[in-house]
Design a protein around this ligand. Structure first.
Ligand code: FES
Ligand SMILES: [Fe+2]
Length: 421
């Protein structure tokens, strides 16, 4: 049985101009939140950091996935690994510092010692125990893989390979090498909203003229287009207007910051926005990448971790100062969180059952379709509506449609999900 009713799923899976948003209870029902934790956050690959956060042997950082405490560490063999940060003796958190460099990990309680590759190497007074060996009491490993410098984990030992999970996004980003990027600034926001409201908000710019006048000046809300995607992502681009060169305060200038490696002249006139299922947004600017990671804390609480990633050669430039980019997005983020919190409050009312999409919200529908297909887990991937470039199209006549018709394609259940019995 799907967690949403057939009627609810059908109303989302209608063609875009006839479709409804997710039902109210998808944002408020603890049972649905538990389903999302169990079936999505626990199993699907999610970004927890950057490779550069643990670059040299011994360097580590703490992470969290679906409420599980993890430690990501580069061992002496140069391999990056992830473990549950849980001592196998009596369950104490072994590593306390958020990040650092270690020779080995010693549990603060009874001093069991683990090597950087997770092996238990010292546990006093265990030599005469039955059925006990150092080999079987190491830190418990978690699946880890990297792509474009991002560190992904999955708590599901049966998860497919990351490249299989990412599907058509891998060739789509072939021209980029984000492995060179480092986080120059990280801000964590506590938002009183369901994580899906935040993802829907990120997916459209219908709200930009009113809510983000500064952003709308640099990238007018109605200049852009969407990509047709089949994998666990949806995305598109917006055009930089006038002499804007990036998203930053004071007119959007790069102040000498070079373009990221792989950028084409066309890329340098755009900002790309991607939602990577389930919980990451990647915004590619000519000179930096902004990454938002959502950590769902409950039906109406989300931590948003926001990183500004720059090429290490750029941050090494004399006088490097990207506060114009940090402050621009910090302002924009807070504008967004405010309306997401208002939406969380408003949709508590039983008077709101589900909304409708304007003709500027095809990408919101695309995100909701990803949710609906994952809720249903029936092997159907509903074809997402693609907004064509409409900066170059003639003005639309009333009733005219530019997007492709929605069709449904039947595929085997995607990713790690297994068909329900
Ligand atoms: S709980 Fe870690 S050594 Fe006892
Ligand atoms: Fe916004």
């Amino acid at each position: 049985m799907a967690i949403l009713t057939p009627a609810e799923l059908a109303s989302i899976r209608r063609p875009y101009r006839a479709a409804s948003l997710l039902p109210r209870r998808a944002y408020h029902d603890p049972e649905i939140h538990e389903f999302e934790r169990r079936e999505w956050f626990h199993r699907d690959w999610s970004i927890v950091g950057r490779e550069s956060d643990a670059e040299a042997p011994g360097e580590y950082f703490l992470a969290e996935q679906d409420g599980e405490p993890l430690v990501v560490v580069r061992a002496r063999d140069g391999v990056l690994r992830a473990f549950y940060n849980v001592c196998q003796h009596r369950g104490t958190a072994v590593v306390e510092e958020q990040c650092g460099k270690a020779v080995r990990f010693q549990c603060p309680y009874h001093a069991w010692i683990y090597d950087l590759d997770g092996k238990l190497i010292r546990a006093k007074h265990t030599e005469d125990l039955d059925d006990f060996s150092f080999e079987t009491f190491g830190l418990r490993a978690v699946r880890l893989a990297t792509w474009q410098g991002f560190v992904f984990v999955s708590l599901d030992p049966a998860a497919p390979e990351l490249s299989h999970f990412l599907a058509d996004l891998v060739p789509h980003w072939n021209r980029f090498d984000f492995g060179r990027l480092r986080s120059a600034r990280q801000v964590r926001y506590d938002v009183g909203s369901n994580w899906k409201f935040i993802a829907e908000n990120y997916s459209e710019c219908y709200h930009c003229p009113g809510l983000h006048p500064q952003l709308n000046k640099l990238t007018p809300y109605d200049l852009g287009g969407d990509y047709e995607s089949e994998g666990p992502w949806e995305g598109g681009w917006m055009e930089l207007a006038g002499n804007a060169e990036t998203m930053a305060l004071a007119g959007g200038h790069r102040d000498g910051r070079p373009a990221i490696l792989g950028m084409t002249p066309l890329d340098e006139r755009r900002v790309y926005y991607y939602v990577l299922w389930p919980n990451t947004f990647i915004s590619i600017h000519p000179d930096y990448v902004l990454a938002h990671r959502l950590v769902a804390r409950g039906v109406e609480r989300t931590t948003v971790v926001c990183d500004w990633l720059f090429d290490s050669a750029t941050t090494a430039l004399p006088g490097f100062d990207a506060s114009d980019a940090y402050d621009f997005w910090d302002m924009t983020n807070r504008q967004d969180w405010h309306v997401c919190e208002l939406q969380q409050q408003g949709t508590k009312s039983r008077s709101w059952v589900s909304g409708r999409f304007s003709n500027q919200e095809a990408s919101v529908h695309a995100f909701d379709l990803m949710c609906a297909d994952h809720y249903a887990n029936d092997g159907i991937e509903t074809r997402r509506t693609v907004r064509e470039r409409y900066d170059t199209l003639p003005p639309k006549k009333r009733g005219e449609r530019w997007d492709c018709d929605r069709r449904q394609v039947r595929r085997p259940p995607q990713g790690s999900r297994r068909p329900k019995t």
